[in-house]
Design a binder for this molecule. Structure first.
Ligand code: ZN
Length: 438
């Protein structure tokens, strides 16, 4: 046997509940592309998986980019003349424009207005806005809050700091039997929002824990990074070993109730693309498939031409396509445990396909072996899927000429991968099949 990948993945319902509990804990923290909120998040994940927290100093060059100053915010508010806080960062981390300059001034509403962001079409929701590369300050608030603000003077306070610090990211590596790697990458820089992207963070955490408890064939690398600058940083610092990545997925927006959506790698026909499509085709659910485009999450960096890694992205509703996207409505009620559990199931099925996709050679290349004499038909008798299982045996026997992997055979036969895999194991047990190169 090539590996001992036999432990059953956790029940989806249990995983979904655990993921949602972790999400609830991470939700209030004010994260950004650098700073203590990001670090605290990684420290909490470390309680579940022993990930390495890496720090890259401000000013470090990473390809065409430079690690920015570290941003931290302790408090922020806007007070009216009565001393009442009409906007309070302590109530939602979204209230501060992410990467705001510090400010402490009094000003009339007419002047303050230029620094306020709302979503008029959703008057209860607070938008999420950032200003990483333009020096300014601002507040995000609901349209209703804004409408209630009367003319007059306001005290504006943002207690933020920009320092020569570092950019933090988390890395967790599961050593498999071989050095070839599967990459799972997720962005961990967004403040209090659940689908984008605490859902990706918690799914990766529990997938990592699961894989660290089995003995996989592949090695698995999990990256918990700030979006864009994080993947650029990691690629820049690991250029010499990036070639070990044979398959990869960017994990984001996996907690809403929408149908699964797969965005292909730049190649479009890599094993990872085929494995995800195989899983989706036999999931019994509706799904969407999109070709690669140079817009989206960190697949943009992994699939840049100088790396061109086989990395796709498996989400539910894609970014920007659900109204709650980048608002306070992307909250703990929008993302349900059942949806997280279902997404976890999609990911573990993809891992199953990658782990079990082997190439076999039939020991009877001239004509079919006599299956009845070996009791193989009896093995299948009585099963509700006996006919499918028998058909799978014939497909595996015929196409196991050393040139077709089990995934090739599953695609060609239009049968679910697990049926083809099951048939291969049975034939191997009876000595009718041997793994290539073994
Ligand atoms: Zn986002």
């Amino acid at each position: 046997m090539r590996n001992d990948y036999s432990k059953k993945s956790p029940e989806k319902e249990v995983a979904g509940k655990q993921m949602h509990d972790l999400m609830r804990r991470l939700y209030p923290i004010c994260r950004s592309i650098t700073g203590n909120g990001l670090r605290e998040t990684l420290r909490i994940l470390k309680e579940i998986i022993p990930l390495e927290i890496r720090e890259v100093s401000t000013g470090t060059s990473v390809f065409d980019w430079t690690i920015p100053k570290e941003w931290n915010v302790k408090d922020a508010y806007v007070k009216n003349t009565g001393g009442e806080k009409v906007i309070d960062f302590k109530k939602s981390s979204l209230h501060v424009l992410n990467y705001s300059l510090p400010v402490h001034e009094k000003m009339p509403l007419s002047q303050l207005k230029e620094h306020l962001f709302t979503i008029p079409e959703h008057p209860d929701w607070i938008p999420y806005r950032t200003s990483y590369f333009k020096e300014r300050w601002g507040f995000c608030l609901s349209q209703n809050q804004f409408s209630a603000m009367t003319d007059g003077e306001y005290e504006v306070f943002i207690d933020s700091t920009f320092t020569d610090g570092s950019l933090s990211y988390g890395e967790f590596y599961v050593q498999g039997e071989c050095q070839d790697e599967v990459l799972f990458s997720t962005h961990v820089c967004h403040p209090s929002m659940c689908n984008d992207n605490l859902s990706g963070v918690v799914l990766c955490t529990f997938l990592a824990r699961y894989l660290s408890e089995v003995k996989p064939y592949y090695s698995y690398r999990f990256l918990f990074i700030p979006g864009t600058i994080g993947s650029i940083t990691w690629l820049s610092q690991n250029e010499s070993t990036v070639g070990r990545i044979k398959h990869g997925l960017v994990v984001a927006c996996v907690g809403d109730a929408g149908k699964p959506t797969y965005k292909k790698s730049r190649h479009g026909t890599s094993i990872i693309d085929r494995a995800v499509l195989q899983m989706l085709r036999h999931s019994g659910k509706e799904f969407d498939v999109k070709d690669f485009s140079p817009y989206g999450y960190d697949e943009r960096q992994y699939c840049s031409p100088g790396f061109d890694l086989p990395v796709g992205s498996l989400t539910r509703t894609p970014h920007g396509c659900f109204p709650q996207y980048h608002t306070s409505a992307d909250n703990l009620e929008f993302v349900l445990p059942a949806n997280l559990g279902e997404s976890f199931g999609y990911y573990t099925k993809v891992v199953d396909i990658l782990e079990n996709n082997r190439t076999y050679i039939s020991t009877n290349q001239k004509c079919e072996p006599q299956l009845g004499r070996r009791g193989l038909y009896n093995q299948l008798g009585g099963r509700p899927d006996a006919e499918i299982a028998e058909m799978a045996l014939l497909w595996v026997l015929n196409f196991s000429d050393g040139n077709n992997s089990l995934l090739d055979i599953a695609e060609r036969s239009a049968m679910p991968f697990e049926k083809i895999h099951e048939a291969a194991l049975l034939l191997e047990h009876y000595g009718l099949l041997r793994e290539k190169h073994l």
